[in-house]
Structure formats: C-alpha cells, structure tokens
Design a protein around this ligand. Structure first.
Ligand SMILES: [Zn+2]
Length: 265
C-alpha cells in the first residue's frame, strides 16, 4: 500500500488529537474531484486546509490529507476522536465503486485499525445528519477490512509531476502584470478572467505557460517539468486535454481551451 503525500500547505498549524476511537468514512459528493480541489475547497471554507486525513481517488491512490494524528474537520461532533477518510465520487448517484478504489479503502482501513488498535468504523451519517457517504457506498465491505498487521506502508512524496494547480488568483495577477488585463484579483474565474488570458502556443514562455503546465499536470495531462517553456511535451498535453474535452486538438490555448481550464464551460 502506497500513501501519496501531496505536499499541501495548511493555513495554520493543526492540533494533535488526544484520542482515537474510530474511523469515519465519507464520499466527496462529486464524481470527479482531486485531493487538491478538496484542499482548495476546505481552505475556502476558512479551514486550515483539507479536513480529511486521507483521500482516496477512483484510481486507487491513497492521498495523505491532514497528518492522521491531528484533529480533523470532517464530521461535526465527531472530530475529536476520529480519523476521516474520504472517497472521490458521489455514491448517492454512482452505483459501483471502482475496484482499485475499494481495494485501497480496505487496505487503508485495515492499516489504521492496526496502527491505532481500534475496530470501530462509522459512516459520516452516523455522526452528523447527512447522506454521506451515499446509499451505494460499499460500507460493510470496506469497514469490515481486518487489521492483519502485515501491510507495508510506503509514503511516496513528489513522485512524478504530482503538483497542485496554481490558483486563479495567481493567473489573474500574472495576466494583469503582463498587461493582458486589469482585473480584480479575487480568485474567482469569470468572463473578465477569460478575456484576460492570452492565446498561447508552442514557443511561448513565462509564468502563464508555467500556470498552464501546473494545471495540466494536476489534471493528469503530463507536461513534464514545470519550466515555463511551451515545448513539444506541453503541446502534446494540451492536445490530449483538448481531445478529452471535445475541442479541436490543435495544441493552441485560445478562449475555448482557457474556458475549460478555468471551469467556465
Ligand atoms: Zn462526509
């Protein structure tokens, strides 16, 4: 079992949890949602950062959220003595959890039971009024995973290009700095943000290209090193992204591609 460390920056220091009595399982309530999006969303709530201790994506990757000995922010009324694990997906709607994700969930639950000497696993809705983790969540199977003490954990950090995307605010500020826009830097993408994004293509270089590379890498479209140079590899990543989004795959980042990247269409 590998645990991926996404190097998230927390707003303030996290306090160590005094007791650990149970594990609480959640779903993200979103079909496609990365650990970085979750972290950004929880920062937006005014929290220190991601509220879960672990986040498991559909591909079976286990991501570290808050260190598992700290107080989480995942189950109102139950944070003082629990570890929160969230699964990407909306299991009120999606009827089947991918096998890789389920397997990772069972391994992690078994590992945490052994690590903390506990056996209780709860649904979020056992603690707080909510439908989380969803009516189709395979709770019994995951919660029943046995602590066997033979799981080998390898923490993997900064493996290949696992990197958080730059914020909308960074992009807005850079477009202003380069004279493409004179917009308010409010970290909210809208039509003015879109209008301020210049067309970029192979041969371009600088911080806007750097932002693009970080964004595509975070979405799994591999630009390689975030070096700010729009080369062959970045072009190929742009084309793959465009294809995935149903756009003309020309490798040129114009308004339609920016609109997708900004989440506006
Ligand atoms: Zn929940």
């Amino acid at each position: 079992m590998n645990i991926q460390k996404p190097s998230l920056q927390f707003r303030n220091s996290l306090s160590v949890r005094k007791s650990t009595r149970c594990i609480v399982l959640h779903h993200a309530d979103a079909e496609k949602f990365s650990v970085y999006q979750c972290h950004a969303c929880h920062l937006n709530n005014g929290w220190a950062g991601i509220g879960y201790h672990y986040y498991i994506t559909k591909d079976g990757t286990i991501w570290e959220g808050r260190p598992d000995n700290t107080v989480g922010a995942h189950a109102s009324g139950g944070n003082s003595d629990s570890i929160g694990i969230c699964f990407e997906g909306d299991y009120d709607v999606e009827r089947t959890m991918p096998d890789a994700q389920k397997k990772a969930g069972k391994e992690l639950v078994a590992h945490l039971k052994a690590k903390y000497g506990i056996s209780t696993v709860k649904k979020h809705k056992d603690v707080t009024p909510t439908t989380c983790p969803g009516s189709f969540f395979p709770f019994d199977e995951i919660a029943g995973a046995k602590a066997n003490g033979v799981i080998h954990v390898t923490a993997v950090s900064d493996k290949v290009p696992v990197q958080a995307p730059g914020s909308i605010a960074e992009l807005q500020a850079e477009c202003n700095r380069q004279g493409f826009s004179a917009q308010k830097v409010d970290n909210i993408a809208g039509p003015i943000t879109l209008a301020g994004c210049p067309m970029i293509k192979k041969g371009a270089s600088g911080n806007i290209t750097r932002w693009l590379q970080r964004k595509l890498n975070s979405l799994g479209f591999d630009c390689g090193n975030v070096d700010g140079d729009f080369g062959v590899k970045t072009k190929a990543a742009v084309m793959a992204y465009q294809k995935a989004k149903g756009l003309v795959a020309d490798g040129i980042v114009g308004p339609k591609t920016w609109s997708k990247l900004l989440g506006l269409s």
